[in-house]
Design a protein. Structure first.
Length: 164
C-alpha cells in the first residue's frame, strides 16, 4: 500500500469528492434537454450536498485518537494533498471537468459519464477503506460506498430506460 490515511483524512477527501460531484451534476444539467434526466441530475447534486454534510458529521463522530497523522507532514501541506487526491480521482473539477463535459454530445453521453464517475467514487472509497486501519472508520466508509452505489443504481436504471 502506498498511502495510509487516518480516518479523518479519508472523510475530508470524501467531503471534497462530494463538492466536486455537486459541481459536475450542476454543470451537466445545463447540457441536457431531457426533463427527467435533468431532474435526476438536480436530485443527485442535492444528494452530493447532503452526503457532504453527512460525511462531515461522521468526521465529527470519530474518536480523537483516529486523528493521529498517518503520514509525515512537515510543511502542513496535507490539505492541499487531500484536495489533489479528490480532484485527481473522482469528479475532476476545473478545466478537466469542463473538458469531460465538452465531450458530452447527448443524453447517453451525460449518463455514461456520470456512471463512470460514480463507479470511480465506489472504487476510490473502497481503496480508502482498505487504507484505513480503524474498524469504526471502515464501517463509516462502508456507508459512503453504499451512498455512491445508490447513485450508480439510479443512473444505470435511467440509461436502461433509454434502451441501452
Amino acid at each position: 500500500m502506498l498511502f495510509n490515511f487516518n480516518a479523518p483524512e479519508v472523510f475530508r477527501i470524501a467531503v471534497e469528492i462530494e463538492k466536486n460531484g455537486k459541481t459536475f451534476y450542476e454543470k451537466a444539467q445545463g447540457l441536457l434537454e431531457d426533463i427527467g434526466v435533468k431532474k435526476l441530475f438536480e436530485e443527485l447534486a442535492r444528494d452530493e450536498v447532503e452526503h457532504g454534510k453527512e460525511f462531515s458529521a461522521m468526521l465529527a463522530q470519530l474518536p480523537p485518537e483516529t486523528a493521529s497523522p498517518a503520514v509525515w507532514d512537515p510543511d502542513n501541506s496535507l490539505d492541499q494533498y487531500i484536495k489533489m487526491m479528490a480532484d485527481q480521482h473522482v469528479f475532476v473539477s476545473g478545466e478537466s471537468l469542463d473538458a469531460n463535459l465538452a465531450k458530452v454530445k447527448g443524453l447517453r453521453d451525460a449518463l455514461q459519464l456520470a456512471i463512470e464517475f460514480e463507479k470511480d467514487s465506489v472504487i476510490f472509497f473502497l481503496s480508502m477503506q482498505d487504507a484505513t486501519d480503524d474498524k469504526k472508520a471502515q464501517e463509516l466508509i462502508s456507508l459512503l460506498v453504499k451512498e455512491e452505489q445508490e447513485h450508480l443504481r439510479r443512473l444505470s436504471l435511467e440509461l436502461r430506460r433509454m434502451g441501452n
